[in-house]
Write a protein that binds this ligand. Structure first.
Ligand SMILES: [Cu+2]
Length: 504
């Protein structure tokens, strides 16, 4: 199990009360949460044992519930408005349940009586409330929990239905409160519990609408027109671009079974949730408790909905979590990682076995003719290149052609301004790696690149696929990236590419 106690949040008063008890049960895994007292409680909780819910920050999940009986569970959730990182250099004033986006994960058992207390921090500027989809009752608790800054509200409900439920703020304007980060998940475990797994993770997707475009530095402001038009500027997992990337990636070991609790806060966009390189062995769609599908590639999770997916990790490597509406993944931030460590398994996955020139069905005469043509074109280019004025125009043409190649072949990963994506895709703008060695850059484009490299002092360890480009296209795009965004790294000719392509 993955829960780490340092992520457990408890309200101050109860934390003091429970400090000793909690320290003594430092490994809560699978054991019963501490019982505070045995008393009658309200009308809903006659004679049930009382316990305080263990709440966890994403991507952590509280331990499974081991008890076999109902309890009165006290949930204390604090609403706090905080300025946090949305992307590198980009800040946003998030409204949160528990200081986290998504809000703290709540785990109870079917039949439990939940005494829910919502505390709105005195520093808040807004009133807030909570609608838990796990509640049977008007507004899911919204009206009963409407709370001004510096106030606290309480209501009690019985968790009648098992399932994985979204909770969210339902204070007007609701889309704004949700977009600002006010959503989370509550799991109501079925009475018989869920099948045991080795790892559980908590991931939620949300869409944000800022007045400035994606990636613009500084504190960003909510854009109500964009929100109404559902034109998201950012689509993120766990509240920020890169929240699950690099050393914050989810971690598992070969042979383990993973369960994802995945929800969509929205407020607007449905997720086509997919893990690149994995297949969901089992899916409990729509937050329900019934195993409905097996062997699933992409599962659709609606806004205000959730799903559980289970899969065994068999092959080591990095698996990329995406919304397979891929512009959201590559241009708006909906991208996370699961790093699986352990033994390679060549029988299951070989890695690249063959990489050789393939000529298709060209006849010998055809290939001879192509070769001859290529030689003549090269000769012509040489003659032209020896004239400086023509060389200049040639470079300009190359730049324009190269830009088009860039926009179709490179930009999805290296980004529009060649700035890359921190920890994932290295920058081309100002890249010392690109500047250092022309032939190496040509090789990267032709043959792809994988394994650890350092660009401008920062490590990358990812995979770039080989680019299927002609010699001209490769020369043009390299000339473009080597002479854009302040780069002045020289030019690459089609002959350079041909020479590098020819070397074995
Ligand atoms: Cu709110």
């Amino acid at each position: 199990m993955t829960t780490t106690l340092k992520f457990v949040r408890l309200p101050a008063a109860l934390a003091i009360l429970l400090g000793v008890a909690l320290a003594a049960t430092a490994s809560l895994h699978g054991t019963e949460a501490p019982v505070v007292a045995q008393y009658g409680g309200g009308p809903l909780a006659a004679n049930l044992p009382v316990e305080v819910a263990v709440l966890t920050a994403p991507p952590h999940v509280p331990p499974p519930i081991a008890r076999k009986h109902e309890a009165k569970v006290v949930v204390n959730l604090e609403v706090v408005e905080v300025t946090r990182r949305l992307a590198d250099g980009v800040d946003y004033n998030f409204w949160t349940f528990g200081g986290e986006v998504p809000g703290l994960f709540i785990r109870v058992r079917q039949g439990d009586v939940v005494e829910f207390r919502l505390n709105n921090h005195p520093s808040s500027k807004m009133p807030h409330n909570i609608d838990l989809h796990a509640v049977t009752g008007p507004g899911g608790g919204a009206a009963s929990t409407f709370t001004a800054p510096g106030h606290s509200s309480q209501f009690t409900f019985t968790a009648l239905n098992a399932g994985l439920y979204v909770y969210h703020c339902a204070t007007a304007p609701v889309p704004m409160h949700i977009s600002n980060g006010m959503y989370g998940l509550i799991l109501v475990e079925p009475k018989e519990g869920l099948p045991p797994v080795d790892r559980e993770f908590y991931v939620m997707q949300g869409d944000l609408y800022t007045q400035a475009p994606y990636g613009e530095a500084g504190l960003q402001i909510f854009d109500n027109v964009k929100a109404t038009d559902e034109r998201a500027t950012y689509v993120v997992f766990n509240g920020a671009v890169g929240a699950l990337v690099g050393d914050k990636a989810l971690q598992a070991t070969v042979g383990e079974t993973v369960r994802l609790y995945f929800g969509v806060g929205g407020p607007n966009l449905t997720s086509s949730f997919h893990v690149i390189g994995e297949i969901f062995d089992r899916v409990y769609p729509e937050g329900g408790t019934k195993l409905v599908q097996e062997n699933v590639q992409t599962t659709m999770v609606p806004s205000g909905g959730a799903a559980m997916m289970e899969f065994k990790v068999e092959v080591p490597g990095t698996y990329v979590l995406v919304d397979h509406s891929l512009s959201r993944a590559f241009n708006k931030g909906a991208l996370g990682m699961l790093k699986v460590s352990g033994q390679e398994s060549p029988v299951l996955y070989s890695g690249k076995e063959v990489d050789e020139v393939y000529l298709g069905q060209q006849s010998d005469a055809g290939s001879a003719s192509s070769r001859r043509e290529a030689e003549l074109v090269a000769r012509k280019a040489e003659v032209i290149a020896s004239n400086p004025e023509i060389a200049n125009i040639t470079k300009e043409i190359q730049m324009e052609r190269g830009k088009k190649v860039f926009l179709t072949s490179c930009f999805a990963c290296h980004m529009q301004e060649g700035q890359g994506l921190p920890g994932v895709f290295p920058p081309l703008a100002g890249s010392d790696y690109l500047k250092a060695e022309k032939d190496r850059a040509v090789r990267v484009v032709l043959k792809g690149l994988s394994g650890p490299i350092t660009v401008n002092g920062k490590p990358y360890n990812n995979m770039m696929p080989p680019q299927d480009l002609t010699n001209d296209q490769a020369a043009d795009v390299l000339t473009y990236v080597m002479n854009s965004w302040g780069n002045d790294f020289g030019t690459v000719s089609a002959q350079d590419v041909k020479r590098v392509r020819g070397e074995q």
